[in-house]
Design a protein around this ligand. Structure first.
Ligand code: XIL
Length: 488
């Protein structure tokens, strides 16, 4: 299958060359050789739950850093861990994980602000308005502490009952009143407006009474403007997979929320690899399924003990389940990415622009919304400050508009000099705000400014987060080439 695709791509390229077409082709992206690379090719993240104590174990961290570009704390961001005494917060474990993630270009899922389990003793003993106030304060304090550092928060975990009722689970939190979940989401939004806010649960792997109860809650939240952005499907699986797993993800996506596979692990046995593969394909088939997290790295790291439920064995070897996931990521339907060069861009779409040299995304530094704010590169996290829309200026030129600020890329002060700063500015449709797309190989483009005729580049071919973006004479360098990955 793969050699065939390569041959076809090569043949198409040869035809294009012999017929004298001037546009470069966009050959199928190369197969990723790690989970994170293969997932990134499809616009998804691939994550693992991490016990931060293991970060000092080389064999563990080697796999984590090689294969995963998202992490979640297995326990350290839970209530019992980070507020062991009321009002006394201990973020050391979570902070350690965030540092590791930032140093290694990984995004972070936050797990979890409120849950009936793993509560500190003091909260377990509370009820009524005292508990409600303590819970909302916990949400506010923790989300504020990590503000700007968390890609998605599991604001509430496991609040629905198992079985056929479709109702809420009884818990001390539930007994404070049915509105405790929406109160938590509102508090989380206020504390960290940039994080995606998720509801997360298990036994929701098909269309059943429990998932339908959650579905109805999400639909209600969306209709009333309660801030919710995503639903997490833990997917702690046995030896079979619900036939409507994908359909279930899709019906949530159709409500206007992202979906994520948040705690994937699968019972060992004959079906393990195929179930891992099927879950991966289901996610890829749902455009709003933005990523997959496995609940641990190696079998021996798993909370499921002898189930051997993960992708790596205890010696760190890749299992058949790993290969099934990697193959699914590489073979899954390719979401729209770079438009074929020469065909123009979709001006209704939102793109992340990935630099060819660094692999980092064009980013409004620190999510600034002011005129003159600098443009940098940053590890891709698909944040709104990394999303750009092409606004047609005619004659093949476009403004490049930030989703976060609605400002456009701008060569500061109409500079025509090498090294002239690229900033964001209110959209005046000036020629220093207009760029044409020049084709490089493999679907990459350079952005050439109309006023200066210089290319947008990562200064000094930096590969660091925060690397400066400037204009420079167009010489076709990798640091001047950008991949337009359509994400919305
Ligand atoms: C588990 C951890 O893996 C264990 O280390 C801990 O002892 C108990 O919690 N659903 C969740 C996760 O949302 O937080 C749980 O993690 C597994 C089930």
């Amino acid at each position: 299958m793969k050699p065939m695709r390569k041959m076809l791509a090569a043949a198409t390229l040869a035809v294009a060359l012999t017929t004298g077409m001037t546009v470069a082709l966009n050959p199928a992206a190369a197969a990723g050789t790690t989970l994170k690379a293969a997932a990134a090719e499809k616009g998804r993240y691939f994550g693992a739950a991490v016990a931060t104590g293991k970060l000092s174990t080389g064999a563990y961290t080697t796999i984590l850093n090689r294969e995963f570009n998202s992490v979640v704390a297995e326990n350290e961001m839970k209530w019992a861990s980070n507020e062991p005494q009321q009002g006394q917060f201990n973020h050391s474990g979570g902070d350690r994980l965030v540092s590791h993630a930032q140093a290694n270009g990984m995004s972070v899922r936050g797990h979890t602000l409120l849950w009936h389990a793993q509560q500190p003793g003091w909260a377990q003993g509370m009820s009524g308005s005292a508990l409600r106030n303590a819970a909302i304060n916990h949400v506010t304090q923790v989300a504020t502490h990590y503000r700007g550092k968390i890609h998605s928060w599991d604001v509430v975990n496991e609040a629905f009952a198992d079985g056929g009722s479709g109702a809420r689970r009884d818990s001390n939190l539930q007994r404070t009143g049915n509105d405790w979940i929406e109160a938590a989401f509102r508090a989380a939004r206020a504390a960290d407006p940039g994080a995606k806010l998720c509801y997360n649960d298990y036994n929701t792997d098909g269309i059943n009474a429990k998932s339908t109860g959650i579905y109805n809650m999400v639909r209600d939240f969306k209709s009333r403007g309660v801030p919710i952005d995503c639903v997490g499907f833990q997917s702690h699986l046995g030896t079979s997979l619900a036939g409507d797993y994908q359909a279930n993800l899709q019906r949530f996506a159709d409500l206007g929320v992202d979906v994520q596979i948040t705690e994937l692990d699968v019972m060992t046995g004959g079906n393990q690899a195929s179930i891992f593969g099927a879950v991966t394909r289901a996610c890829l088939a749902v455009s709003r399924c933005t990523g997959i997290t496995t609940w641990g790295v190696r079998d021996c790291d798993s909370w499921r003990g002898s189930d051997n439920a993960l992708l790596f064995d205890c010696n760190g070897n890749k299992k058949a389940a790993y290969t099934a996931v990697l193959d699914a990521l590489n073979g899954g339907s390719t979401p729209p990415t770079t438009p074929p060069p020469g065909s123009g861009v979709d001006t209704s779409a939102w793109y992340v622009l990935i630099n060819r040299n660094s692999g980092k995304a064009l980013d409004v530094y620190a999510s600034a919304t002011s005129d003159g704010a600098r443009i940098s590169q940053w590890s891709r996290n698909n944040g709104v400050n990394q999303q750009w829309q092409f606004v047609d200026s005619g004659s093949g030129y476009y403004r490049v508009k930030s989703r976060n600020s609605s400002k456009v890329l701008d060569v500061s002060g109409f500079s025509t000099a090498d090294g002239g700063a690229i900033v964001q500015w209110s959209d005046l449709n000036g020629t220093n705000q207009q760029f044409r797309l020049a084709n490089s190989a493999d679907g990459y483009v350079r952005l050439i400014n109309r006023n200066s005729n210089k290319a947008v580049e990562v200064q000094g071919a930096s590969t660091a987060d925060g690397g400066n973006v400037v204009q420079y004479a167009d010489w076709g360098g990798n640091n001047q080439q950008w991949q337009l990955v359509r994400i919305g």
